[in-house]
Design a protein around this ligand. Structure first.
Ligand SMILES: CC(C)(COP(=O)(O)OP(=O)(O)OC[C@H]1O[C@@H](n2cnc3c(N)ncnc32)[C@H](O)[C@@H]1OP(=O)(O)O)[C@@H](O)C(=O)NCCC(=O)NCCS
Length: 189
């Protein structure tokens, strides 16, 4: 998928370090007030590197990771989706992160469209969902604007989150999310 000078493609095993670096930078920025500062300052780096090496070296047929990058292969963001993961809620968007320096430029919207399109054709279940920290108000606004509905509350399992509240955001029809959310009309904050 190409969007001007931005390309979105499937990640491969050699992208593991790049995605781990993006993931670490995004958590340090977006979750600074949510996760333990000691964890964010250190252990997160090795942990994210191990996670992405494992995921990309051991493909799961249900899982796809997409990487957004510039024409000169500078990484901008990534999304990871599991097809048909939950009988009630359908496919799961497990991660969505944009480089903290590049947020608010529609990269996240296009990644959401791309992950939805990616599962749309092969999924047996029509729904798609994700979990977001309740306190992550900007991301929650972003998902609501893309048509998601908050359907459930739970406690986070993310290390050092101290069980903070997370919300399940659900789209009953993947096709709606796959239909160019980057063009969704702004309704104001
Ligand atoms: C949420 C996120 C993926 C959205 O991607 P994006 O490329 O910034 O979003 P877009 O440009 O397509 O859309 C802009 C909207 O994103 C939301 N947004 C969330 N965090 C933002 C940020 N730090 N800067 C700008 N917009 C942000 C806002 O709702 C914004 O709308 P607004 O302009 O009315 O405030 C991205 O901002 C991000 O990586 N945030 C930090 C990590 C995160 O929270 N991931 C989701 C975990 S569930």
């Amino acid at each position: 998928m190409e969007l001007g000078d931005i390309t979105i493609r499937r990640a491969v095993s050699s992208d593991a370090a790049t995605i781990a670096t993006l993931h670490t930078a995004s958590w340090r920025d977006a979750y600074a007030a949510l996760l333990d500062p000691t964890y964010l300052a250190g252990p997160i780096e090795d942990e994210r590197r191990a996670l992405w090496s494992d995921r990309l070296e051991h493909p799961d047929p249900r899982r796809t990771t997409l990487l957004a990058e510039t024409a000169d292969a500078t990484a901008l963001g990534f999304g990871c989706v599991y097809r048909d993961l939950d009988p009630a809620w359908g496919s799961l968007i497990d991660n969505l992160h944009v480089d903290p320096q590049r947020r608010g430029q529609r990269i996240g919207s296009h990644l959401m469209e791309a992950v939805a399109r990616c599962v749309e054709t092969n999924a047996e279940l029509s729904g798609i969902h994700l979990w977001v920290f309740e306190a992550n108000e900007a991301a929650l606004r972003f998902y609501i604007r893309l048509g998601g509905e908050v359907v459930e509350r739970s406690a986070s399992q993310v290390p050092t989150s101290r069980g903070r509240t997370i919300l399940r955001v659900f789209w009953p029809d993947i096709a709606v999310l796959a239909a160019c959310p980057g063009q969704v009309e702004r309704r104001g904050a």
